[in-house]
Design a protein around this ligand. Structure first.
Ligand code: TRP
Length: 331
């Protein structure tokens, strides 16, 4: 074993493409961690079925998500990528941890409250115990660090609580994971409602840019981005639309927000939005190219997720066996 710390994260294959928010807020940063850490990234399909899916689409989206990870710079040689449902230990550990999690704790989760309000016709038990499965994902690999956005912080907190509770009964079984706070991990907001996080379920289709959107659509969405009536490119409180565009620009160009503000001094919003659109288009073009190549090579993608499952199955067995022994199962 080497001394590198373990990082684990993942995205649900619940859409045909990840969003620009997923990319700039998460995946782009993951790529920069691959030399310093042991990184594991899963396609979280078990979580995805907490909301009803079309089977053929889920299958397609899962493989597509792997291709998107790779196209966005996650090196398949340096990172372990796998499909969550290929590693039964996740579901097994989740069941066990369910018995060490209180209803009251789960009732407090804001994502559960939001999702059950949104899917009133399907408030299933999986939606309720979603954070326990996420805890299992993380604890199974003795993960040190979990790069998560603000919306997943509460889930990491409950993971730590569950782990600490289990450890207090049975001794040191789980490593208590910490959040990984990226240096300048961007929080990307909707282009139409810049006070809300960019999300694939934005009621306005122009609010969310998908990484796999064609370039024309990307440009169109940026041209329609909501700004304000001041006509001055400045980063300040209350200018949510402009601030978001500046963050996006800074994130794709590597320039600081201050540099960007100087660059657009005296320019109108039309020019500014066009420049942001072009910068994003430039970032996405090579990703599209790589993605299209990968999707032509399904055998290669299959070899990656098969190898990933094999390694993840091997790695997860150690923790799961220890847990089973501790709770009193016959091994
Ligand atoms: N719940 C996360 C999300 O929707 C996805 C996820 C599932 C995850 N399991 C995880 C993220 C484990 C980090 C670690 O974004």
């Amino acid at each position: 074993m080497n001394e590198k710390k373990t990082i684990l994260s993942g995205i649900q294959p619940s859409a045909a493409s990840i969003t620009l928010g997923n990319y700039l807020g998460a995946v782009k940063n993951w790529a920069s961690l691959q030399d310093e850490y042991n990184c594991m990234y899963a396609m979280m399909d078990l979580h995805t079925i907490t909301v009803r899916q079309t089977p053929a689409e889920l299958r397609k989206n899962t493989v597509s998500l792997l291709a998107q990870y790779i196209a966005c710079g996650i090196d398949a040689e340096k990172n372990l990528m796998f499909i969550q449902s290929h590693v039964p230990a996740h579901a097994e550990l989740a069941w066990i941890l369910n018995c060490y999690t209180q209803m009251g704790e789960l009732q407090r989760m804001t994502q559960f409250k939001d999702k059950s309000a949104k899917h009133k016709d399907n408030i299933n038990a999986g939606l309720f115990t979603y954070p326990v499965l996420m805890a299992a994902d993380i604890l199974l690999y003795q993960t040190d660090l979990v790069p998560v956005g603000a919306d997943q912080k509460q889930h990491l907190e409950i993971t730590r609580d569950i782990a600490a509770r289990f450890n207090s009964i049975y001794g040191d079984v789980f490593k208590i994971p910490e959040p990984y706070i990226g240096k300048e991990s961007a929080r990307i907001m909707s282009l139409q409602t810049p006070t809300a996080k960019m999300s694939k379920s934005d009621p306005n289709p122009n609010g969310c840019v998908f990484v796999l959107d064609d370039i024309d659509a990307v440009i169109r969405k940026f041209k329609r981005a909501v700004t304000d009536s001041e006509a001055c490119v400045e980063y300040k409180e209350g200018k949510d639309g402009v601030n978001n565009l500046l963050n996006i620009y800074s994130s794709v160009t590597g320039k600081t927000v201050e540099e960007a503000v100087n660059e657009f001094a005296g320019k109108g919003y039309g020019d500014f939005k066009m420049a942001v659109a072009e910068a994003v288009a430039e970032e996405l073009r090579p990703i599209h190219e790589k993605y299209n190549d990968l999707m032509k090579n399904k055998d290669y993608l299959e070899s990656i997720y098969k190898k990933g499952a094999e390694t993840a199955n091997y790695m997860s067995r150690k923790t799961l066996t220890k847990v089973k022994k501790k709770v009193g199962f016959v091994i």
